[in-house]
Design a protein around this ligand. Sequence first.
Ligand code: ADP
Ligand code: MG
Length: 238
Amino acid sequence: MARMTLSGIKKSFNAVDVLHGIDLEISDKEFIVFVGPSGCGKSTLLRLIAGLDTISAGEFRVDDRRMNDVVPSRRGIAMVFQSYALYPHMDVYENMAFGARLMGLDKAEIDRRIDEAARMLRLEPLLKRKPRELSGGQRQRVAIGRALVRKPKVLLLDEPLSNLDAALRSDVRLEIARLHREIGGTTIYVTHDQVEAMTLADRIVVMNNGRVEQFGSPRELYEKPANTFVATFIGSPR
Ligand code: ADP
Ligand code: MG
């Protein structure tokens, strides 16, 4: 289970407010997309959920457990970074094993999980390669594989298609949709692209200037945009 509750989440950097009080209730197994213009706070919110930055005010809960002060490795939440952030000196296997070792899993369990993730993502022939020997799409799959090996209840993806060429984008998008169904957990997917948001999401969080403008299904946003910003951003006829 991974029901997530964000209540009044604020974040400031050096006294500059970036998130102004985010309230969200996300159900188990939902595919949620955070969409909004560059600089609106999407990555910041994702990092707070992952535990990579501290929340300035408000509360974050998963299944009624307060998460504000829980370390990232114990949250059951894994993040795939926009830049992939693979370890360049480690091969694919080692990249995938590293975070699992930090969780305290033994080698047999880690190998079992790597086999499973590698099969899902068609990485079996690449396990001995270094990141520099991989294409952009292959690196992306390793970054996702590294997250899956941790068997997270919640998978966070920050603009996962932005470094891929157009031809690969639709393939990887379909692959992510398939993985979401196969893993059976909750996915939060960040993008600045309305079309990606509308095609992937169960529900979309439209963000602007550190606030949530609207939270609803693609259809709700299209048919009943809450304001002009949402209407313009989603491109609905209003
Ligand atoms: P998005 O992912 O939607 O493009 P971000 O969450 O990266 O936006 O950034 C939101 C705002 O917070 C931006 O104005 C950015 O400059 C600022 N910001 C993000 N991280 C930091 C940081 N570590 N220190 C200072 N400002 C930051
Ligand atoms: Mg970002």
